[in-house]
Write a protein that binds this ligand. Structure first.
Ligand code: ATP
Length: 348
């Protein structure tokens, strides 16, 4: 089922939580809504779900108006960050719940409910927990059960709001992979909200980057990472060094120094130079585009992170660079730095 939202506006008092948001989600997509806290992700998801209404704009599912239908009539399954499982019901009963509360005319028989719940517990690979209660499950297991419960009604759309947000890093990683695989099996049109860029890039087919109630960019994980459309997207996705520069006639000036870099995207005037922390080659003094003193080095997983002081127009600017662990770096070294890739965005 496709989802199309057009020109959605939602205000809370004078505050615009959604500012003319338009988006089309294709059938079977797994779309991430990515943005910082307060950017409007949950508000957009709640409007699609039918838990909230916009001030203006439209929502269509497969071309049919959705706003005239309540949440219960939209055939949408939800999973939220804080597992909304019923504490007094077993896992089995939690998953069966959506089927049992259907109107008598459409409610499946007890046999059908049993076989459907078994199928769903198999799908989330937790059939062995059917008789347990939520308090006897781990956080990750609860979220998988919450997903099985959301899928019980055979929703045409699945909405997940920070589904793994409350879990520890290792479990989150496992569940991300698991969600991807599950989606490959069931192909239901899905939107999940996250503020974690790694999660969005790893799980989604397409990523929608939001800021201040607006969509900044929509693209594949590669597109938003390799070709960020704005300074905001570049700064939010991946870790970047940001330097204030001035561009005149294609020459990039940092303080009193003209950098030996070709400006590519037609930017001119006061701008920001963005370089990802791992996109910098470090060589001996005099070999780079920039020069700096290594101040501090610390191991950081497979890489090492170095604090390097650049001398720009009499001021010291501290930047952080990620380099391979085998690169010999120590405090006091003077190094030359050459960006392998960079992007310029106009504005200060
Ligand atoms: P988070 O990642 O923190 O959940 P979000 O991107 O999902 O953030 P929303 O929950 O959509 O953001 O909120 C967007 C803005 O609207 C926030 O500034 C929030 O304070 C405001 N907001 C949301 N719901 C209400 C409400 N019921 N009343 C007033 N303001 C609200």
């Amino acid at each position: 089922m496709t989802i199309e939202v057009n020109n959605l506006v939602k205000q809370f008092g004078a505050f615009k939580a959604l500012d003319h948001v338009s988006l089309k989600v294709e059938t079977g997509e797994l779309l991430a809504l990515l943005g910082p806290s307060g950017s409007g992700k949950t508000t957009l998801l709640r409007i699609i779900a039918g838990l909230d209404w916009p001030d203006s704009g439209s929502v269509h599912f497969d071309g049919q108006d959705a706003l005239s239908r309540g949440a219960g009539e939209r055939n949408v399954g939800f999973v939220f960050q804080h597992y909304a499982l019923f504490r007094h019901m077993s896992v089995f009963e939690n998953v069966a719940f959506g089927l049992r509360v259907q109107p008598r005319a459409t409610r499946p028989s007890e046999d059908k409910i049993r076989s459907r719940v078994k199928e769903l517990l198999d799908l989330v690979q937790l059939d062995w927990l059917a008789d347990r209660y939520p308090s006897q499950l781990s956080g990750g297991q609860r979220q998988r059960i919450a997903l099985a419960r959301a899928l019980a009604i055979e929703p045409r759309i699945l909405l997940l709001d920070e589904p793994f947000g409350a879990l520890d890093a290792k479990v989150r990683k496992e569940l991300r992979r698991w969600l991807r695989q599950l989606h490959d099996e069931i192909h239901v049109t899905s939107i999940f909200v996250t503020h974690d860029q790694e999660e969005a890039l790893e799980v989604a087919n397409r990523v929608v980057v939001m800021d201040k109630g607006k969509i900044e960019q929509v693209g594949s994980p590669d597109e938003v990472y390799d070709h960020p459309a704005s300074a905001f997207v570049h700064g939010f996705i991946g870790e970047s060094i940001v330097l204030p520069v001035d561009v005149q006639d294609g020459r990039i000036r940092l303080g009193d120094r003209v950098l030996d870099l070709q400006s590519t995207n037609g930017v001119s005037g006061p701008s920001k130079l963005f370089i990802r922390r791992h996109d910098v080659a470090i060589g001996p003094a005099g070999s780079g585009v920039l020069e700096g003193d290594v101040k501090h080095v610390r191991a950081f997983g497979p890489t090492q992170r170095a604090d390097i002081a650049l001398h720009v127009g009499g001021n010291e600017t501290l930047i952080e660079i990620d380099a391979p662990r085998d690169r010999d770096l120590k405090p006091g070294d003077i190094v030359g730095l050459r960006p392998r890739r960079f992007r310029l965005f106009a504005g200060v």
